[in-house]
Design a protein around this ligand. Structure first.
Ligand code: BMA
Length: 332
C-alpha cells in the first residue's frame, strides 16, 4: 500500500531502479538514457522541452513544447508505447475554438495535461498581448478544443488539479510581467466551470537565499499535484539569480488536501538542479524545468519529465513515500 490517494495503477510506468551509486542527497535519480527526447525529433523543431505526458490507451500521449527553427514557440501532440520512445507530430496542434469570439493565440509554450472527470485538459502559457494562461481540452489527442483564457496577461505556469476541491476546479498560476520576470509567487484559484476564476489565495513565495538559494528569485508549479495521505505533493521549480543569469532547479512541497494554499512542509534542498551536461548546455544553460509526472498508484513509483536547458526532455524517478519523507525531514 502506498500513501497515494485516487491514483490508478500504472504498471507500465517508465522505470529504472535506483543504482547503488545514486546521490543520496536527493530523493530522485536520473534515467541513465537521458535525454529521452532529442531537440530535433519533429520535422522543424529547434528544441523540445518543458512538456506534458499522461497515460493514454494503454500507452502514453503527450503535448510537447516544440520551438521551431524560426524560434516560434508552439505545442505539438505526441504518442509513445513506453513513455521513452516518442513520435511527435510535425505540425503544432490546430485548436478548434469553442467560441468564435475567442482571440487568436500568438504563441504557446510550457504545456501541462491533466485528466479531470474523464476529459484531458491542456493548459499552457498563451500569447495574448503578453503571456497569460490558456486552456483547452481533448478526448482523443487528435482533436483539441480551446476555451477562454484562464487569466489576463501577465501570467505563467498554470497547473490544474486532477480533481475538484470542495466542489470547484482548482488551479495554480504564477502572476508575472512581460519579460524575464525577476519575481514570482504561486497563487491558487478556484472555478465552478473552468471559465470564471476567483477565490484567489497566496500559496508560496520565494525563500531568502540564506535559507534556500535555489528558490530565492521566483517559483512556479510543475506537474499536476499528486494526492497523498500526507497532503498534495507539489513538485515545483525554483530560480536562483547567479552572476551568469537564472538557474532553474526543482523540489517539492506538501499542501493541505482541502485548503491547498496552506503549506504543510517545503523542501530546503532541491531534488534536481542542473548538473548533467544536457541540463547545463543548450539554448538556455542551467535549466531543469518539470512539467509532468507519471505515477503508479500500486507501487508509489513517480517518473517526472523535465525540460533541460530549454533544449531537450529528460526523465527522473522517485518513490512517493521517500519524496514525502525527504520534504518532511528537510524543510525550509
Ligand atoms: C521561463 C519559461 C520557461 C523556460 C525558462 C528558462 O520564463 O520561458 O519555458 O524554461 O524561462 O528559460
Amino acid at each position: 500500500m502506498s500513501i497515494l490517494i485516487n491514483t490508478p495503477p500504472l504498471p507500465n510506468i517508465p522505470w529504472e531502479a535506483k543504482q547503488e551509486s545514486f546521490d543520496k542527497r536527493s530523493p530522485m535519480w536520473r534515467y541513465s538514457g537521458n535525454p529521452v527526447i532529442p531537440r530535433n525529433l519533429s520535422a522543424n523543431s529547434n528544441s523540445i522541452f518543458n512538456s506534458a505526458v499522461v497515460p493514454f490507451n494503454g500507452g502514453f500521449a503527450g503535448v510537447f513544447r516544440c520551438d521551431d527553427t524560426s524560434r516560434r514557440m508552439n505545442i505539438h501532440a505526441g504518442e509513445s508505447k513506453d513513455g521513452i520512445n516518442w513520435i511527435i507530430k510535425d505540425n503544432p496542434i490546430d485548436f478548434i475554438k469553442t467560441n468564435p469570439d475567442l482571440p487568436d493565440s500568438e504563441y504557446k509554450y510550457d504545456p501541462r495535461v491533466v485528466l479531470i472527470d474523464g476529459r484531458w485538459y491542456v493548459i499552457w502559457c498563451n500569447g495574448y498581448h503578453g503571456p497569460c494562461i490558456g486552456i483547452g481540452y481533448t478526448d482523443d489527442f487528435e482533436k483539441f478544443y480551446m476555451m477562454e483564457n484562464v487569466t489576463m496577461p501577465f501570467n505563467r505556469n498554470g497547473v490544474l488539479f486532477p480533481r475538484k476541491i470542495n466542489g470547484r476546479y482548482a488551479i495554480f498560476t504564477r502572476p508575472s510581467d512581460s519579460g524575464h520576470t525577476q519575481f514570482g509567487d504561486i497563487i491558487y484559484s478556484e472555478s465552478p466551470d473552468l471559465e470564471f476564476w476567483g477565490r484567489h489565495r497566496h500559496v508560496m513565495s520565494p525563500v531568502n537565499s540564506s535559507q534556500s538559494g535555489w528558490q530565492s528569485t521566483k517559483i512556479g508549479a510543475g506537474p499536476a499535484p499528486i494526492e497523498t495521505t500526507q497532503g498534495w505533493l507539489m513538485i515545483y521549480h525554483g530560480v536562483l539569480t547567479s552572476c551568469n543569469g537564472f538557474v532553474y532547479s526543482f523540489g517539492g512541497a506538501l499542501l493541505d488536501l482541502d485548503k491547498p494554499w496552506q503549506v504543510i512542509a517545503r523542501s530546503r534542498p532541491y531534488f534536481i538542479s542542473p548538473q548533467e551536461i544536457y541540463e547545463c548546455a543548450g539554448d538556455v544553460p542551467n535549466v531543469t524545468f518539470p512539467c509532468a509526472a507519471l505515477v503508479d498508484g500500486n507501487t508509489g513509483r513517480i517518473a517526472v519529465y523535465y525540460g533541460c536547458a530549454d533544449t531537450v526532455t529528460s526523465l527522473t524517478f522517485g518513490m512517493v513515500d521517500e519524496i514525502v519523507d525527504f520534504i518532511k525531514k528537510n524543510p525550509v
